[in-house]
Design a binder for this molecule. Structure first.
Ligand SMILES: NC(=O)c1ccc[n+]([C@@H]2O[C@H](COP(=O)([O-])OP(=O)(O)OC[C@H]3O[C@@H](n4cnc5c(N)ncnc54)[C@H](O)[C@@H]3O)[C@@H](O)[C@H]2O)c1
Length: 365
């Protein structure tokens, strides 16, 4: 198979889907690997390192016109829409439910969209989302602490406090991979942490393994309101697979939050959990509504591309190798979890949750 690894064009996105090390096991099969010039530079991987491992370094045009399988990090960007070809397989993050424009463009292009974020592992886990969620969860506390500083528009609260002074309060909604990682870092710096979820079994699991300064709480409407009002930093990290994030933080609740507090809406890539959220970029990451600083960067791991690329490329490689060696049909037939990666094919939506989000678009599921 001809596999193409393009340079990412989303604003401030420096990750790349394959590292030079990963090429070795891909080239084991009879595959040709095309890497776009400079694709790895943002993560510290040079063209020559890819060349040395057997890839051909090519122009963007050659890559998109020849590759049968494109593996990339972020969803196709508007300037890439016209480069996509019917039947071309694109394997990467899509988050289609968050954007009708993107979904329409990919349908019009006729690509096969295989989404990292809906591919499930044998235990119903999300092996291609998890490493980036772990990074985003850890970063959410780091960026939250930064924007709580007075000079950055915050209330001037130090999350960890000092002896004799109450620490900051961190509220985390969603106790999945993002939530757990956020809780660990927040607890580690000494904050007072509460993590909410609607999944009681998951809360029990976390209660047994998180430090004592993390409380777990069932996410009823009342509990969520109370903990949002107390928060210095509110991290939103809910996920309903393939669907738009539920709007749990309405404008009325936002207006009751502390002045100078920070809302880090990590699930903004699925539309965001706050009514007031809209995607931002690393260049211009925040905006303020009702005195609350909103951090809504949809590609947070892009801020630490060396770590993110190494984690993502390692997670993607086994699936990529199977896909390239076995071909699309056999890859999808291998397990129900792998079948779930299929979001679009032959001009139709193949994922029921994306289809339910956009009922006017053609679907075949
Ligand atoms: N912005 C970024 O750069 C970035 C990076 C990585 C992940 N994400 C996003 O973060 C979100 C979370 O990812 P994850 O890997 O932690 O998902 P996950 O599936 O591991 O966890 C999601 C959790 O949300 C809980 N949940 C669902 N509905 C809820 C509700 N109404 N109230 C409370 N909890 C609820 C679920 O029970 C689950 O425990 C996803 O949208 C993911 O795409 C964003």
């Amino acid at each position: 198979m001809i596999i193409g690894v393009p340079r990412e064009t989303k604003k401030n996105e420096f990750r790349v889907a394959v590292t030079p090390d990963g090429l070795k096991s891909l080239l084991h099969g009879s595959h040709e690997i095309l890497i776009e010039e400079g694709a790895g530079a943002g993560s510290g991987y040079l063209d020559d390192e890819y060349r040395d491992k057997g890839a051909r370094v090519v122009s963007r045009e050659e890559l998109f016109s020849r590759a049968e399988l494109i593996v990339k990090v972020k969803e196709p960007q508007p300037e890439e829409f016209s480069l996509l070809r019917p039947g071309q397989i694109v394997f990467g993050y899509f988050h289609l439910a968050a954007s009708e424009e993107l979904t329409r463009a990919c349908l019009d292009a006729g690509i096969v969209a295989l989404a990292f974020e809906t591919l499930e592992g044998p235990r119903g886990d999300l092996p291609l989302l998890a490493p980036m969620s772990a990074i985003a969860g850890r970063l959410s506390i780091q960026v939250g602490a930064h924007f709580l500083e007075k000079a950055h528009g915050g209330s001037g609260v130090l999350l960890g406090g000092v002896p004799g002074v109450t620490p900051g309060h961190v509220t985390i909604i969603g106790a999945g991979v993002v939530g757990e990682n956020a809780a660990r870092i927040a607890a580690g710096i000494g904050a007072d942490v509460v993590i909410l979820d609607v999944d009681g079994a998951r809360l029990s699991e976390l209660a047994g393994k998180l430090p004592p300064n993390v409380r777990t709480l069932y996410s009823s409407e009342g509990a969520l309101e109370q903990e949002a009002e107390r928060a210095d930093l509110l991290v939103a990290a809910v996920y309903l697979r393939g669907r738009r994030a539920p709007k749990l933080i309405e404008r009325a609740l936002l207006s009751r939050m502390r002045a100078g507090s920070v809302l880090c809406d990590v699930c903004v890539d699925q539309g965001g959990a706050a009514e007031t959220s809209r995607p931002t970029t690393h260049e211009n990451p925040v905006f303020v509504v009702d005195g609350v600083t909103h951090y809504c960067v949809a590609n947070m791991p892009g801020a630490v591309p060396r770590t993110s690329t190494n984690a993502l490329a390692a997670a993607v490689l086994p699936s990529l190798r199977q896909l390239a060696d076995a071909g699309l049909e056999a890859f999808l037939a291998r397990s129900p979890g792998q079948q779930k990666a299929l979001n679009l094919a032959r001009g139709a939506i193949m994922n029921p949750d994306v289809a339910a989000t956009f009922p006017a678009l053609p679907a075949a599921c």
